[in-house]
Design a protein around this ligand. Sequence first.
Ligand code: DMJ
Length: 647
Amino acid sequence: MTTPALLPLSGRRIPTLSPGAASFPHHRATLRLSEKFILLLILSAFITLCFGAFFFLPDNSKHKRFDLGLEDVLIPHIEAPKGAKHPGGQVVIHGQGGHDEHRHREEEESLRDKIRVDHERALQEAKEKLRKSRDELRAEIQTEKSKVVEDLKKKKEVPKPLPPVPMPKVVGVNDGDSVEPDVKEKRDKIREMMKHAWDSYRQYGWGHNELKPLAKKGHSTNIFGNSQMGATIVDALDSLYMMGLHDEFKDGQEWIEQNLDFSVNAEVSVFEVNIRFIGGLLAAYYLSGQEVFKVKAVQLAEKLLPAFNTPTGIPWAMVNLKSGVGRNWGWASAGSSILAEFGTLHMEFVHLTYLTGNPAYYQKVMHIRKLLAKMDRPNGLYPNYLNPRTGRWGQHHTSVGGLGDSFYEYLLKAWLMSDKTDTEARKTYDDAIEAIERHLIRKSNGGLTFIGEWKNGHLERKMGHLTCFAGGMFALGADGSPDDKAGHYLQLGAEIAHTCHESYDRTVLKLGPEAFKFDSGLEAVAVRQNEKYYILRPEVIETYWYMWRFTHDPKYRQWGWEAAQAIDKYCRVSGGFSGVKDVYSSNPTYDDVQQSFFLAETLKYLYLLFSSDDLMPLESWVFNTEAHPLPVLHLANLTLPGSQAQR
Ligand code: DMJ
């Protein structure tokens, strides 16, 4: 589910004013930091003054002091006489005369003195500040800021040691080389493409999230906030490892050790960070055994947890890594959370609980599952939007492409990853797929099977590139499907693969458009200009790979090779690989983005397609939605709190 990068987002920007703008009253109300600082000082001096004045009122005032019950906060150093406080927190003056009265007057006197001194000091400080020039103030603010940063750095927590956990059996991390020279050659070509993508990023975008291969500089989208978290490095690690690019892997590891820091003031997508970073780090850990990846994954996961602080426990789409404040995308059905986002956490979170012994991760995702299980589903379908405040569905839009896709994928993979013991997940997957088949899957007039989208009771006969992953999913889920329907689902997978191949084959560049229609005589072609782009996406090749693994029909390698050649011919530039804006034009323009998923997924699936099956066998590994492999956990031997699978 990557739609956020493409859909119009409500990313709010703080307007920046030109120097001196605040001195013109007709300028917009946004103030610079130094002005804000001065105003704050004046305001605090004024408040201190008022507060002080309150105590200079005549004693016969009817006012009762501290009657707001805030005394403990305001003056914690003053002890109220024993028993003199009523339940509302009000200090009662008993007026018994004599000793008590005298002591009370003394206390009052000393309090007044203190307030007077404090308030004079505050006034003095404010006056001094006001006498300073703008530059002096700016320098002062800068020094204070740096001090805070320094203090924070010093305070940086030493990571808690993680409990020793038995490493799941890691099988099939081998060369996977083929004996057939032709296949070997193709595989070498894919490795060379990976090297070009990586080296270009290394040279021009190192440390940035992604690369602009034409401008030859770093790139980022709002899914990563304003951070420089090296998304491409983390996303690419396991591909590098599998391809035997060990120097590059080491380079990436070093960057992560030295630079990857999650204490940044960045508002990131919980889903994207989970699938790319946590998934990428965990896979790198399992493949290489290097502790640093596990430690970083856990540090990051802790930063995501505040996203679950909603009235329902359905997480926000975005969270600020520093403040923990979450919110949803402005465009998502009246502030809803998105099915493919909150429904694509399970695999990584189960592994986090496994590796840390902390049940919180597992509990969070199981809570989501339970909540969904209780809800009514229109026609048995899951709408893409769910409001995290009310727990009600938003707009009734169902899709196996963007906004819905990986929710279904993770149900199936939760079952596979649990060594097929999480039967609840399998049943939920089977029920969902049955409803999808009934309502969304159709055959076009030209005989192409497609998966449409359900919008308020109406089937839109349009399929997205993202939806093409479903061919692989159906094949992967065939074994274990109810009523002996394994053959049926394998066939469905093959039909989807065929349709998606047609969407590539009917273009000039032999690369697939973002979305294609089956309407008014149209068969697997894009209509609108803004659906004709190809951004290096993996889904079609992903399906070819799964189909290859389950059938060994040579056409899947053939189709994969066609796509690889087209990418190399039309998307390769001297500074890396770029998406193209129109796959129907013989002279396409570039979008100038080398997406991190190109290295994580597209090239990895291509490489696996030309490798032997003993590299990453599907009985032992489950690929997350960003193609990061996680080992099957034999849950029968584990203790995941509350897990059905424990029995
Ligand atoms: C990837 O980030 C993941 O595959 C996600 O699930 C959906 N799509 C993008 C790539 O297209």
